[in-house]
Design a protein around this ligand. Structure first.
Ligand code: 5RP
Length: 236
C-alpha cells in the first residue's frame, strides 16, 4: 500500500497506521479528512477486509465518505451514531498543549462537530506539523455565503484588539469561484502569523454573526501520533 513514498507521505502513512492500533471491533469511529486521514481510512479498510475488524465510520466530509465506502468500511451519519468512541483526524498545526489548527482541507465544521461528539480524539500528523505557537498556517474560518464581505470586515475589525501578528484575511477560492464547503459555506483564511491566545481568538471569532465555526481545536484532542520521514512514530 505504501511503497515508494516521499518522506512526508511516509511520515503521514506511519502515523495513520500506528493510530489503527487504537481502533477496536465494535467501535463507532469518526473518520477525518485530508491526506493523512485518507491513509487511515485505507489502513482501516484493509483491516475490515482482511482481518475481520468490525467498525462503523462517521466521515467528516463527502470525500472521506466516498473513500470509506470504497475500501469497505460501513458508513453511517453522525445522527445515526449520535456519539462516537473515537475520532482520528489530521491537523494543519499542533502545539505542545495539543491545540490545533484544522480546516486546510475545508472540512473544519464537520470535523469539529464529529471530534467533539467523540469520547476521544487522536490526531495523526507528520512531525512537520508541530509548532511552538499556532498561527503560521492561515486559520480557516467557515462563514455563511450571505453577507460574507461584511463578515470579513467584522472579522478584520475584531482582530485589531487581539494578540496576533498578522491581520490579513482572504476568501478561499476554487479557481475563479469562492470555495464551497460540504455544508454550502465559504472559508476565510486568516493570515495571523502568530496566535498569542488561541482560546480567546476562538471564542471571539465564533461570536461574529456570519461566522459558523473556526479551525482552532482547543482542548478537543486527547492524543497525538506523529510520524517521521524515516518511519519513526511518536505517541503522546
Ligand atoms: C481538513 C483538515 C486536515 O486534517 C488538515 O488539512 C491536514 O491535512 P493533511 O493530512 O492532508 O496534511 O483539517 O479540513
Amino acid at each position: 500500500m505504501a511503497a515508494d513514498l516521499s518522506p512526508i507521505d511516509k511520515a503521514k502513512f506511519v502515523a495513520a497506521r500506528r493510530a489503527t492500533q487504537f481502533v477496536e471491533s465494535g467501535m463507532r469511529v469518526g473518520l477525518g479528512t485530508g491526506s493523512t486521514a485518507a491513509w487511515l481510512v485505507k489502513c482501516l479498510g484493509e483491516m475490515v477486509r482482511e482481518e475481520g475488524l468490525k467498525i462503523t465510520g462517521v466521515p467528516t466530509s463527502t470525500r472521506t465518505a466516498e473513500l470509506a465506502r470504497e475500501v469497505g468500511i460501513e458508513v453511517i451519519s453522525l445522527d445515526e451514531a449520535r456519539w462516537l468512541d473515537l475520532t482520528i483526524d489530521g491537523a494543519d498545526e499542533l502545539d505542545g498543549k495539543m491545540n490545533l489548527i484544522k480546516g486546510g482541507g475545508g472540512a473544519l465544521l464537520m470535523e469539529k462537530i464529529v471530534a467533539t461528539a467523540s469520547d476521544q480524539m487522536i490526531v495523526i500528523a507528520d512531525s512537520g506539523k508541530e509548532v511552538e505557537t499556532l498561527g503560521a498556517f492561515p486559520l480557516p474560518v467557515e462563514v455563511i455565503p450571505f453577507g460574507w464581505q461584511t463578515t470579513k470586515l467584522l472579522v478584520e475589525e475584531t482582530l485589531i484588539g487581539l494578540d496576533v501578528l498578522g491581520r490579513t484575511t482572504q476568501l478561499r477560492m476554487n479557481g475563479d469561484a469562492p470555495y464551497v464547503t460540504d455544508e454550502g459555506n465559504h472559508i476565510l483564511d486568516l493570515h495571523l502569523k502568530r496566535i498569542g491566545n488561541a482560546r480567546q481568538l476562538s471564542l471571539v471569532l465564533n461570536q461574529i454573526p456570519g461566522v459558523v465555526e473556526n479551525g482552532l481545536f482547543i482542548d478537543i484532542c486527547d492524543k497525538v501520533v506523529l510520524g517521521h520521514g524515516d518511519g519513526r512514530v511518536e505517541v503522546r
